[in-house]
Design a protein around this ligand. Sequence first.
Ligand code: SF4
Ligand code: SF4
Length: 167
Amino acid sequence: MNLDIHERDVEPILCRTCAACCRVTLSLRDTVSRYRCFLRQIGYEVLPPRTSTSADCCDKRHDARLDMGYCKYLEIGNTPATTAYRCRIYESEEMPQLCTDYNCVSWAKANDTYNEKNATLVKAQEALERLRSNGAVGTVSSSGGREALACPLNQVETTKGAGKWIG
Ligand code: SF4
Ligand code: SF4
């Protein structure tokens, strides 16, 4: 997938159909197969996933990731057409500063990970493509300003007429 997502694309209308950064993963260093199998057997999702013919991804020692699922504050609404997300604590005192400051594109560029291996960015790009294909956003961003840098999952309306949360 070609990435062309820009910092300015990270707006409420996009984040409410993406929420990729609200999925929490933990890094595990130098794991052995025995331990990875244990984690899988007690119900955790370990990345890389197991193969179709084995209880683990391989028999080597390597780093792995633990997929903890979505943040407990994320609300997920399904309609026949789409999935919509909402942060229950948006702009409250409980909201983590990291969430307030986060912009997936800025983060990727700052860490030199603006590429197709960045799973979060790819999901954000996919969400952007969905919006483009149904005409909800154009192919060129027109907004700017500080508000586009905050994670805006729970904003209900913007001056650009972003859709409402579908609960
Ligand atoms: S900040 Fe990026 S990854 Fe997070 S919800 Fe918005 S578009 Fe998706
Ligand atoms: S607090 Fe809100 S923005 Fe932050 S990870 Fe949870 S749902 Fe996402």
